[in-house]
Design a protein around this ligand. Structure first.
Ligand SMILES: [Mg+2]
Length: 370
């Protein structure tokens, strides 16, 4: 199945003011995505998603002007060979590491889509998985900086929909973060509370917040620092029991190997549209499994990457939560208004936007995996 064309479609649109959410990386004023289409001489087309890097035109340009040249003419089923070729001629030799990893992730997803369409199998089956439940948490681009009462009100319909885990946006002031976490714990005693600082904390902040996190039984503290702050993560690990999480800004197995071996970050969150695609995250998951570390994939803009992530979780033996954000909730509980249980919504999300190989969605359940 010779590849005859590769084309990226970068898009960007403004988020209406009343639907913008504030979190540790600022207020979300626009949403971006990069879809990647790979066409074979047999007429089979595959679709994948590259993370947009907040500059979707740049990622699309890299695919359309450079990576395409390495891929056209190769066999679409040779996912390992294509990954190796891009590594040799671009990622490992010409810089642009993160951009290249994101760009090649979308190509790799599209190639797996082609494989699935060629044999008529869903992605989880291609990857050696089964049609089994995948747990999910609520709170992607939501549950942000707001008064505790408002935060609880936003979370109520999520918990009523069946979610057993919520992820809160922190990285504000430590005092405000503790007030929000406390309000959620008081209202929902038996759910898992996960937190994401989006790199908004200093080492001193983590020293101050960690005793409260331990007391409130927080499931993880995600990205208190930027990905390259290895020393900060090493210091923060000793401040308490709450595990540190990261990975959405780590790229390829060559960055994850240090994270895994350091042992400071024990919740790993590679993104299948960022870290090098399905082919590479399989390697990262295998390396993590050697240290008994779980994989909770970060997911990106569209339902396509979300569907890929669910199928991937159904294929590994150290998988954790899915992150169901195929549509973004707002800070308003009334706007969020889910009409179905979480399992149904997550599955529908995968079915509605995924390629054919990912469309036979795995089921989602409410079981937490902490
Ligand atoms: Mg995050």
């Amino acid at each position: 199945m010779k590849i005859v064309d590769v084309k990226a479609y970068p898009t960007s649109f403004r988020v209406p003011k009343d639907r913008q959410v504030s979190l540790g990386i600022g207020t979300m004023t626009k949403r971006d995505c990069v879809m990647v289409k790979v066409t074979t001489e047999d007429g089979i087309t595959g679709w994948g998603e590259s993370h947009h890097a907040r500059s979707p035109g740049s990622i699309g340009h890299l695919i359309n002007t450079t990576l395409k040249g390495f891929v056209v003419g190769m066999d679409a089923t040779d996912t390992t060979g294509i990954w190796t070729r891009i590594y040799k001629f671009q990622l490992g030799s010409h810089g642009m590491d993160a951009a290249t990893a994101m760009a090649m992730s979308g190509i790799d997803q599209a190639l797996w889509d082609i494989k699935g369409k060629a044999v008529g199998w869903p992605l989880y089956k291609l990857l050696g998985g089964s049609n089994r439940p995948v747990p999910a948490y609520a709170g992607g681009i939501s549950l942000g900086y707001q008064a505790p009462d408002s935060l609880v009100a936003e979370a109520v319909p999520m918990v009523e929909a069946g979610y057993k885990a919520l992820k809160l946006r922190i990285g504000d002031t430590v005092a405000a973060d503790i007030q929000r976490m406390t309000a959620i714990r008081r209202r929902f005693g038996d759910i898992a509370i996960l937190t994401d600082a989006n790199t908004g904390y200093s080492v001193a902040d983590v020293r101050r917040v960690m005793p409260a996190m331990d007391e409130l039984d927080i499931g993880w503290l995600e990205e208190p620092f930027p990905a390259h702050d290895h020393r900060s993560y090493a210091m923060a690990k000793g401040f308490g029991r709450t595990p540190l999480a990261a990975g959405e800004n780590h790229y390829t197995r060559f960055e994850f190997h240090r994270v895994i071996e350091d042992g400071n970050i024990t919740i790993l969150q590679p993104d299948l549209s960022k870290s090098g695609g399905i082919t590479e995250v399989q390697r990262i998951a295998a390396a993590a499994s050697m240290w008994k570390l779980p994989i909770h994939p970060h997911s990106s803009m569209t339902g396509l990457n979300h569907a890929v992530s669910i199928h991937f979780l159904a294929s590994i033996d150290n998988g954790g939560y899915s992150r169901p954000t195929c549509r973004w909730p707002t800070n308003s509980a009334t706007r969020w208004a889910p009409s179905r249980g979480r399992s149904a919504r997550t599955a529908a999300c995968a079915r509605s936007t995924s390629p054919a190989s990912a469309s036979r969605s795995t089921r989602s359940s409410s079981r937490p995996t902490r």
